[in-house]
Design a protein around this ligand. Structure first.
Ligand code: NAP
Ligand code: ZN
Length: 352
């Protein structure tokens, strides 16, 4: 077994602290990675605190991983020692169901294996994530990182980037389309950057008036304070697509009412308790659609990374030491992140 050390929790009520654990030995199709950076996603917090009710402890969060290949198994051809690579929210899937066959491993009929809090397919134990010194991942789930991108600022592309890219592509966002992004956090800021780069007209909806200026700097054409009814009213019946990234329950109707006929609102934010049910008539009267979307497949993640490489798109990050992770969680809950925390894994102390 490979010895690992990282930050995690053994129950829902404790702060994160350093834990030692083991990972499976390198298999023929595995890549062993020394982790350099790991982004901090709101899903890490939901899971550490068991807010979705499915956490198996101990848990080591982290699924926005950037590192260097330390070793490869005998059958691995795509990577070699020293390559800069990324790992996102998945580390395995069945590879033979209809979803996997279409490159949509996140919808694997047999359940994809999450990068953390997932059931290992090989050792039978649980997976541990990227708030750690190393990780072992099946080569098919390892991504190449364009070498012109700053590695730390590229880390959030592995979850926040692909989770916004996938629905923007699925609902064909591009020139001539008016797109709303709800919530300016980790996902939201990538949603603005990507929708803008795809050529759409982008409007941010925020509960934080002080984020307006940042929204336009990031690529939004306009920022609307969603609690201001008259600002919202000005956009009635005008959106082709709205992507909701908010991490807490909130009414959906004020946004659904902004969709034009046949417009779609897609939810990616995954609050611990449900949103109030929207008014059915708001959907019926204009044939509007309410949808959901889960991260993105491996092929489309590579496509998104290559697109970001070509356009020089990275995340706006605040680098932290791993010892500051608990403060970072508290700040994330207050919406005080600009716009993604990334852990510098050099701060992690190796233990004897
Ligand atoms: P984040 O950085 O904390 O951003 C969430 C944003 O939501 C905040 O910045 C804030 O933006 C807005 N917000 C408004 N009211 C809020 C409240 N009461 N509490 C918290 N946020 C509030 O989170 P994130 O990492 O972007 O993740 C967002 C959500 O997406 C989480 O629930 C996460 O688990 C989920 N997620 C889903 C997927 C998927 O595959 N579907 C993948 C990754 C993450 P304003 O200040 O602009 O209002
Ligand atoms: Zn995430």
């Amino acid at each position: 077994m490979l010895s690992s050390t990282g930050y995690g929790v053994t129950n829902a009520h404790e702060p994160l602290s350093q834990l030692d654990f083991t990972r499976r030995d390198l298999r023929a199709d595995d890549v062993q990675i020394d982790i350099l950076y790991c982004g901090v996603c709101h899903s890490d917090l939901h899971t550490a605190r068991n807010e979705w009710g499915n956490t198996v402890y101990p848990v080591v969060p982290g699924h926005e991983i950037i590192g260097r290949v330390a070793a490869v198994g005998g059958q691995v051809r795509r990577f070699k020692k020293g390559n800069l690579v990324g790992v996102g929210c998945m580390v395995d899937s069945c590879q033979h169901c209809s979803a996997c066959a279409e490159g949509l491993e996140q919808y694997c009929e047999n359940g994809f294996v999450g990068t953390y809090n997932g059931e290992e397919m090989h050792s039978g134990g649980m997976t541990y994530g990227g708030y750690a010194n190393n990780i072992v991942v099946r080569d098919k789930f390892v991504l190449s990182i364009p070498d012109n991108l700053d590695p730390a600022s590229a880390a959030p592309l592995l979850c926040a980037g692909i989770t916004t890219w996938s629905p923007l592509r699925q609902w064909q966002v591009g020139p001539g389309k008016k797109v709303g992004i709800v919530g300016l956090g980790g996902l939201g800021h990538m949603g603005i950057k990507l929708a803008h780069a795809m050529g759409a007209q982008v409007v941010l909806f925020t509960t934080s008036p002080e984020k307006r200026e940042d929204a336009t700097r990031l690529g939004a054409d306009e920022a609307v304070v969603s609690r201001n009814a008259s600002e919202m009213e000005a956009h009635r019946n005008s959106f082709d697509f709205i992507l909701d990234t908010v991490a807490a329950p909130h009414p959906l109707d004020p946004f659904i009412e902004l969709l034009k006929r046949d417009g779609t609102m897609t939810l990616v934010g995954a609050p611990a308790s449900p949103h109030p049910s929207p008014q059915v008539f708001n959907l019926i009267m204009k044939r509007r659609r309410l949808a959901g979307s889960l991260i993105g497949g491996i092929a489309e993640t590579q496509e998104m990374l290559d697109f970001c490489g070509e356009r020089g798109i990275i995340s706006d990050i605040e680098m932290i030491r791993i010892q500051d992770i608990n403060t970072a969680y508290e700040r994330m809950l207050k919406g005080d992140v600009k716009y993604r925390f990334v852990i510098d894994m050099a701060s992690l102390k190796q233990r004897a």
